[in-house]
Design a protein around this ligand. Structure first.
Ligand code: SAM
Length: 238
């Protein structure tokens, strides 16, 4: 008999048409769906995108991930969440954990997967990759992510000015995710490197209220939506 499996499913960056055929197929088979609750609006967005593809009556369970740097609190939340997922699997149900974009790119699924591997190594885990926010962002802004021998770095906006400076110094193209709370600081860093005209801000890509701003100096506002990213192209031509 087939063992119940945990699927980590990327449902794409927000545009409901950017979900893969494989994600749709697997979503149509699973018996229970989990999603992370505390990443601003992404829980409801992820559920909204996945829902039309689920079997009728499939339960949707929201798991809490505290927004804290306290390692002890984080670990105990991961343990508790993995316990809940494991419990569902032990009842013979295939389970999906859905995530915006790709499940292995800055996603809460990473914590679930690593804790599951550690605690319950016998559980089969399968990953369905998703189109990332920055792939969709580059497409919407019509910017090349990398070409030829160029390098590409993907970083978190919470890096801090010094590390961000170092990354930009050593890379041709830089994607900055999780920009929203750190925008002012990032803008100052990019300004200091004289790269604002080579940077694009993409907010709510593929969603109502989408904003694409070429040259960050045109967007000096302090507040950005949670779903915002920046692409810096040091060798930008046109
Ligand atoms: C926790 S990370 C999730 C990344 C996601 N797993 C991926 O593969 O793109 C959340 C960050 O992704 C970016 N993001 C996700 N969806 C986005 C969208 N539709 N438009 C712009 N940025 C988005 C934002 O930088 C946001 O702060």
């Amino acid at each position: 008999m087939k063992r119940p499996t945990l699927f980590g499913i990327g449902i794409g960056p927000g545009d409901p048409d950017l979900i893969t055929l494989k994600a749709v197929k697997v979503l149509g088979r699973v018996d229970i769906v989990f999603a992370a609750a505390s990443t601003k609006n992404s829980y409801s967005l992820a559920v909204e995108i996945a829902s039309p593809h689920l079997k009728e009556g499939v339960p949707l369970v929201c798991l809490g991930f505290p927004m804290t740097h306290d390692r002890k609190k984080l670990h105990s939340a991961w343990e508790e969440n993995v316990y809940k997922v494991h419990y569902a699997l032990m009842k013979g149900r295939d389970a999906a954990f859905i995530t915006l974009g790709d499940p292995l790119t800055y996603s809460t699924f990473g914590y679930i997967m690593c804790t599951m591997k550690e605690r319950y190594p016998e559980i089969p885990i399968k990953i369905i990759p998703g189109i990332t926010s920055y792939q969709a962002g580059a497409a919407a802004a019509r910017e090349v992510l990398a070409e030829g021998e160029e390098s590409l770095s993907v970083v978190s906006g919470a890096l801090g000015p010094k590390r961000l400076n170092d990354v930009i110094d050593h890379t041709d193209n830089v994607v900055i995710l999780k920009v929203y709370r750190h925008y002012r600081e990032i803008l100052d860093t990019v300004n200091g490197l004289d790269l604002t005209s080579r940077s694009v801000l993409i907010s709510r890509c593929g969603l109502p209220g989408e904003k694409i701003v070429h040259d960050l100096n045109r967007y000096p506002d302090r507040f950005l939506p949670y779903l915002s990213l920046i692409l810096i192209k040091k060798n930008k031509k046109g």
